[in-house]
Design a protein around this ligand. Structure first.
Ligand code: GRF
Length: 195
């Protein structure tokens, strides 16, 4: 079972997936990292791990559709079964969503549908919710929308700030995302196309 990970930043989730694979806890092959920021830490992580990467700059292409066509070709030639968006900071168009629907998942640091989009952790703090969490969902082309696969909750304490909450969220993500990937790879999850 071959996966690709898309990321734009630090890539701690990418690292967690790779660590789970290397520890023998996740039986998949990471065939490709896709990254839109050449200086992102995740690119360095892929190098260290010996995982091939496709790194691009959006401004080198005429449109989103053009770089997504190129990404799609690479996914197809590598026979990728599942695409995992883990901190990929770009909206995805029909070019990728259509052919990959049901094989394209995203992780988001809130209990969706609450707090979609950027700065979800700060949004939760600003709103004053007492419980937040992490969501893994199929991607349907909207901003952090699509059928939900898994969620885990986390209580917010009065002592929490952006940094403490982000650290707790990341800890959850690093366990939850490899778990969901394992379930999908094992064929234990089927997308409900009506949801
Ligand atoms: C994670 O919090 C993820 O939920 C969000 O972006 C963050 C990526 O973190 N979509 P990292 O790059 O994996 O460390």
């Amino acid at each position: 079972f071959r996966i690709a990970v898309f990321a734009s930043g630090s890539g701690s989730n990418f690292q967690a997936i790779a660590d789970a694979v290397n520890a023998g806890k996740l039986d998949v092959h990471i065939g490709l990292l896709v990254c839109d920021r050449p200086n992102a830490k995740v690119v360095e992580r892929a190098k260290q791990l010996g995982i091939p990467s496709f790194v691009f700059r959006a401004k080198d292409y005429g449109s989103r559709e053009q770089y997504e066509q190129e990404i799609l070709q690479r996914l197809e030639s590598l026979e990728i079964d599942l695409v995992v968006l883990a901190g990929y900071m770009r909206l995805i168009t029909e070019v990728l969503v259509k052919p990959l629907y049901g094989r394209l998942i995203n992780i988001h640091p809130s209990l969706l549908p609450a707090f979609p989009g950027l700065d979800a952790i700060q949004q939760a703090l600003d709103y004053g919710v007492k419980v937040t969490g992490v969501t893994v969902h199929y991607v349907d082309g909207g901003m952090d929308t699509g059928p939900i696969i898994a969620q885990q909750t986390l209580a917010i304490t009065p002592e929490d700030n952006e940094a403490t909450l982000a650290a707790s969220i990341h800890q959850i993500e690093h366990v939850l995302l490899p778990q969901v990937i394992a379930q999908i790879a094992a064929g234990e999850l089927k997308i409900n196309k009506d949801s």
